[in-house]
Design a protein around this ligand. Structure first.
Ligand code: VIB
Length: 225
């Protein structure tokens, strides 16, 4: 069994809950409150800035030229294609680019980004891959599932979002990461595989929390005035 098949099976209950979350279903059925989507877009934009740094770290840590090239390509796609979608949405939603970049991160955004950056900075390229994989893979899976809902790809607000994440280009990003992680774990011990699985599960949990945080528009639960 491929290592990624094993971790996919373990993470399935978490991924199912993300898929059925009202935020995700609301995008697919076109019923999501636009203010929740705005909140998500802003948080996701600053999340992606840190996520892009993970790909830069992957390129730095790789000891093969083809792996460096793949990470550089994923860095390019994130900064120039995925984030371009957010910039275009922000324009339509009346959010300026500086407002977008200067979004204050929510506790969940801080926790998620910091966790991944910590793993990537102190761990190996395998740990980095285990941390980033649920992001690209689960979004592609969600994009594909939502694209099957009649009208989801044509919705005036959420159609472009679904179109982007179900696209073959984003499928390729997920496949690169899946193939690399399988290749790098061919000779890994059970102990190492368990550690990588835990990282994959943790970022899968954070993915769920990100949907939920966006649905609740959850910032710090404190009154500071
Ligand atoms: C919270 C959150 N998780 C995952 C993604 C999706 N995503 C992040 S990087 C990447 C690969 C190509 O850029 C993909 C698909 C997101 N936007 N926001």
């Amino acid at each position: 069994m491929k290592f990624t098949d094993r971790i996919y099976e373990t993470a399935k209950p978490i991924w199912n809950q993300s898929h059925h979350h009202p935020f995700v279903q609301g995008i697919g059925h076109g019923t999501l409150d636009i203010d929740k989507f705005k909140f998500f877009m802003c948080q996701d934009y600053i999340y992606l800035i840190d996520y892009a740094r993970l790909f830069a770290l992957g390129s730095l840590k790789a000891d093969r030229l083809d792996v460096m090239q793949t990470f550089a390509q994923m860095l390019h796609i994130t900064l120039n294609e995925e984030m371009a979608l957010h910039r275009a949405y922000a324009k339509r939603l009346g959010i300026s680019e500086s407002e977008l970049t200067n979004t204050k991160p929510s506790p969940t955004t801080i926790a998620y980004s910091s966790y991944m950056l910590n793993i990537a900075q102190r761990g190996s390229i395998k740990e980095l891959l285990a941390a980033v994989l649920p992001c690209a893979w689960s979004y592609y899976e969600i994009g594909k599932k939502l694209s099957e809902i009649p009208g989801a790809m044509e919705h005036e607000w959420y159609g472009e979002w679904v179109q982007m994440y179900q696209s073959p280009e984003f499928g390729e990003v997920a496949s690169w990461q899946i193939n690399l992680l399988n290749e790098f774990t061919t000779f890994s011990s059970e102990e190492e595989k368990n550690q990588l699985e835990e990282i994959f599960l943790n970022t899968s949990r954070f993915e769920y929390m990100f949907w939920d945080m966006s649905y609740q528009k959850a910032m710090w639960p404190l009154d500071e005035k």
